[in-house]
Design a protein around this ligand. Sequence first.
Ligand code: MG
Length: 383
Amino acid sequence: MRYHDVALIVAAGRGERAGGTVPKQFADLLGVPVVARAIDAFADMAVFVVVGPGQRDLLAEALCDRAVAGVVAGGATRQASVRAGLEAIEAAGGAARVFVHDAARPMLPRAVLDRLGAALDDGHDGVVPVLAVVDTLARADGGLGDTVTRDALVRVQTPQAFRFAPLLAAHRARAGYDLTDDAQVARAAGLEVATVEGHEMLAKLTHAADLDRAGRALAARLVSRSAMGFDVHRLEPGMPLWLCGVRVEHSHGLSGHSDADVALHALTDALLGAIGAGDIGTHFPPSDAQWRGAASARFAEHALGLIDRQGGIVDHVDVTLICEEPKIGPYRDAMRARLAEILRLPVARISLKATTTERLGFTGRGEGIAAQAIATIRLPEDL
Ligand code: MG
């Protein structure tokens, strides 16, 4: 299959300058690994990732349940790694355009991607994001040497976007050099490379302090969102009763297509609502036989994964069960613990309440159980 746009993420660095036990591209940045954030920025493209020796397991762990089109073994230099990635894309059917990006630049504004795409549409062979140099530059000749005029200089970032076939040909023609970015490879092969404006958020993480700085920059861009979910299921005699992922002893259980855990369904809808991702029925249609009897924890875990994928954090959830029976009190601790486990959150950030409707209505007559949930999350503003 020939791709139209494909992203090639170079994650093969050993990251020695950043210190720490794992290379920086696999380090945690506000709950999501750096490389995963870099990949998530290309949400609507096929993504190939180049890793170094012994880094496949690190990548698999960082990807969580993200799907990538290919994982490629890198070479001894960045240039050789990109070449390996391009060859893998070619072997998979090729592409019209490729966006080569450093995994260590995890914050990619959508606007930069749009500018790069537009420049390729204008007919350029290649295009790179650049920023002006604002600091005074000088030669270091032992002491401070002469200043260098900065007017003619720019800082070159990634992603660097190219028409695929000419870039692959350029890499094949220039194999064996150690050029530090693809624009140089392209230019050495005679291609014309245009520039568009880059972004400060695209700064490469190089030193340990960069990771802290990126974490603060990202946190400053998180905005809070809250959403609610509501659900009802009918009580039937002799059925198992599941609430908040805990099996509850009771004469009746809830009927439904899955395990009918009304609390987890309300919670899933609240989580989905917070990212505007539809409702539980959108993701798990009752018409689909594979969800028959399913443990509802997987619905909540799916919603959590979607929030993760957007670089979001769940701050707090609050669930209310509405029924006359069974009594929730004896199960409250177990239910909070189970919700904390499902959402990978401390128990302190899980609230569980129960109430009756004073024997009024369907819950009062014991015909069903209702649940409400509110999820509060933080999500990055669009970069
Ligand atoms: Mg339901």
